[in-house]
Structures are given as C-alpha cells and as structure tokens.
Design a protein around this ligand. Structure first.
Ligand SMILES: [Zn+2]
Length: 69
C-alpha cells in the first residue's frame, strides 16, 4: 500500500486529482488529506460565488437584464 503523497503517514486511499491523468486510477492521497483539499476547494468556490453575486448586484446592466417584466 502506498503512503499518502501529502502527509506521507497514512495509507493512500483515493487518487490525487492534481496528478490524475485520466484512465489510470492510482491511489495517492489519504482520506484525511483528501478532505482537507476538498475543504480548500469549497472555500474558494464560496468566495468566488459571493464575489460574483456582489458584482451582479452592483452592475446596472445586469440587473436591468435580469429584471422580470
Ligand atoms: Zn494524507
């Protein structure tokens, strides 16, 4: 069993999507590090989404286009 490429402590149980090339399913990351990576992704997504929502709310063109007539 390979060790996780991030912590090098726990057994690798899921593939690393950063080095995933498609086709080959190679386990490289433990579930704990996988969870940490997903958490980082979610934080980025939420940050981007709230930024986009703020921009849409501030844009007069977009709010005019989105208005229900
Ligand atoms: Zn790990």
């Amino acid at each position: 069993m390979n060790k996780c490429i991030y912590c090098n402590e726990r057994p690798a149980e899921v593939p690393d999507r950063r080095t995933y090339t498609g086709g080959r399913f190679v386990k490289k990351v433990c579930t704990i590090c996988h969870g940490k990576l997903l958490r980082g992704d979610l934080i980025n997504i939420v940050r981007l989404e709230s930024k986009r929502a703020a921009e849409l709310a501030e844009s007069p063109v977009t709010s005019a286009n989105n208005r229900i007539v």
